[in-house]
Design a protein around this ligand. Structure first.
Ligand code: BG6
Length: 504
């Protein structure tokens, strides 16, 4: 361990300021995560949570909102009355418009006027519109609350493209040093995603197989059953490529493809992920035409019953206004990592809303045995596959070929070795935000995206966006509740392959 890793320890005092403190992200994710950590006694003893928003409420009003939020978003069995009261006591509210220059002295006074102000770790969580990231940081600098223990947390989207991502990074970087900037990709906080690192690097059996020598291809799927719901305003300007591929799916790809770091710590993992992003084969216009598929959900039938199309979701209650949007709600593409380990191995990625099932998984498909050694046997060998299920049923499944018991010849049958985390570990699996927020408080950036990673991901994605923007072909329609457009299946069929579904 380096001295900076050792320094990532829990402070005694923390002021955790949430800009957008009454918003959806705060109520749904941030406060429930802080509650769970507090319940288990992991928050620094002297922690205050300062919600900043335009709501004209006092501390008591905020506490009432937080209480309602916890009751809504936490499972009833996790609500411990004493722990709820303890968290509420930590909560304060400041009425402040992050877009205006008025009233910031109140935040200054609140942060400075406390015991141990000079030893307190200040976290500034920007759960607000990205256009406010830069101005908010400037104000924080003006009121002199950014010291070397301060940290800023940003949610995606970090930019809309490479140029705007650079602008945001520059603006925040004028106030905070890179080591103080925590860019959240919540997929990196998921237990099963972290376990991918452990599976690869705390075991030896996979490593000799983990390359183009034995791996035929890799599939990464993040399928959702939800539609865009009330997020149409944001989503219609983003689309699935920006919303999911540029960050979550590329991060998963990096963890699968990266080289072993010298140890799992602050910069090493990020250095290795960056190398993968930089090794992605750039997408020329003809590659985009051949190797990408974009789709948009039409009305369809799901397990919840009939659901409207994307356009109708955007229009809301008045379908007359259904806009003619070309925003993609589904993407499938074929990528290649051009390095010694992976050259020639396709990485197929797909993600979509309103698909037939909710599943996030990585499937590593190994090559067929070099020759058929069981002549006359019944059944066929199927390639070995390792399914790494990120959600909802976290675990792993290794598909093998076995001999079916019985006399009289050899019958080959597929079987699987199953590891379910729920069965193996009889304990609650913490939400991604719990891990990530504690890492922010501790000052450990390993699971956060560094500036160069975000920008490398945008560089790779941009030619796809540009080509699509020029295209006269609209996204392919797929009925809600289905696996996406047929073209996504054809993308693999063309290569003699098929998407592996979880239960296969
Ligand atoms: C978010 C996207 O980053 O991830 C959403 O903006 C998406 O559109 C969500 O629904 C998926 O996260 P999870 O954890 O539910 O898979």
């Amino acid at each position: 361990m380096t001295s900076s890793d050792v320094a990532a320890t829990l402070p005694q005092a923390c002021d955790f300021t949430v800009f957008g403190g009454t918003g959806d992200l705060a109520m749904r994710k941030i406060l429930p995560a802080l509650y769970h950590r507090d319940l288990e006694g992991h928050l620094p003893p002297d922690t205050r949570i300062i919600g900043v928003s335009r709501s004209e409420i006092d501390d008591d009003g905020y506490r009432a909102e937080v209480r309602a939020g916890l009751e809504t978003y936490l499972a009833p069995e996790h609500l411990d009355p004493a722990a709820v009261e303890r968290l509420l006591e930590r909560c304060h509210h400041l009425c402040l418009d992050a877009g205006s220059s008025e009233g910031w002295h109140l935040l200054h006074d609140l942060l400075k006027d406390r015991e141990h102000a000079d030893e307190t770790v200040r976290v500034f969580y920007l759960a607000v519109a990205p256009r406010l990231f830069g101005p908010t940081c400037e104000r924080l600098a003006e009121i002199d609350v950014v010291d070397e223990r301060a940290r800023v947390v940003m949610e995606k989207p970090i930019g809309h493209d490479l140029a705007s991502a650079r602008e945001v990074n520059d603006a925040v970087g004028r106030v905070f040093e890179e080591r103080q900037i925590f860019r959240i990709d919540h997929y990196l906080g998921k237990e099963s995603v972290q376990n991918l690192l452990v599976t690869r690097f705390a075991n030896t059996f996979l490593e000799p197989l983990w390359s183009s020598r034995w791996v035929d291809h890799v599939q990464i799927t993040v399928a959702e059953t939800v539609g865009v719901g009330g997020r149409g305003g944001y989503y219609d300007h983003a689309g699935a490529l920006r919303d999911m591929v540029q960050n979550h799916l590329l991060q998963l790809l990096c963890l699968v493809a990266m080289e072993p770091p010298t140890y799992v710590g602050r910069e090493n993992v990020r250095d290795e992920k960056l190398k993968v992003l930089q090794a992605l084969k750039p997408m020329a216009p003809e590659d985009v035409d051949r190797d990408t598929v974009r789709g948009q959900y039409a009305a369809g039938l799901t397990a919840e019953g009939p659901v409207p199309s994307y356009a109708d979701d955007l229009a809301g209650p008045d379908p007359q206004d259904a806009p003619d949007s070309w925003t993609e709600t589904f993407v499938a593409l074929k990528a290649e990592v051009r390095n010694w380990r992976w050259a020639g191995v396709p990485f197929y990625l797909r993600t979509g809303k309103r698909m037939d099932r909710r599943v996030s998984e990585i499937v590593v498909v190994f090559k067929e045995p070099p020759h058929a050694m069981f002549p006359g046997s019944e059944g066929a060998t199927t390639p070995n596959r390792l399914h790494i299920c990120v959600q909802p049923d976290e675990g792993m499944r290794l598909h093998l070929t076995a001999k079916e018991p019985g006399p009289g010849g050899i019958r080959l049958r597929p079987v699987s070795l199953d590891l379910s985390y729920a069965d193996a570990f009889d304990q609650r699996s913490p939400e991604a935000y719990e891990r990530l927020l504690m890492d922010v408080i501790r000052g450990n950036p390993t699971l956060f995206m560094r500036r160069d990673e975000v920008e490398a991901a945008w560089s790779w994605v941009e030619p796809v966006l540009a080509r699509w923007a020029d295209s006269s072909e609209r996204p392919r329609r797929y009925p809600a509740g289905t696996p996406g457009p047929y073209a996504a299946a054809a993308l693999l069929e063309r290569d003699g392959r098929a998407w592996q579904e979880t239960d296969q």
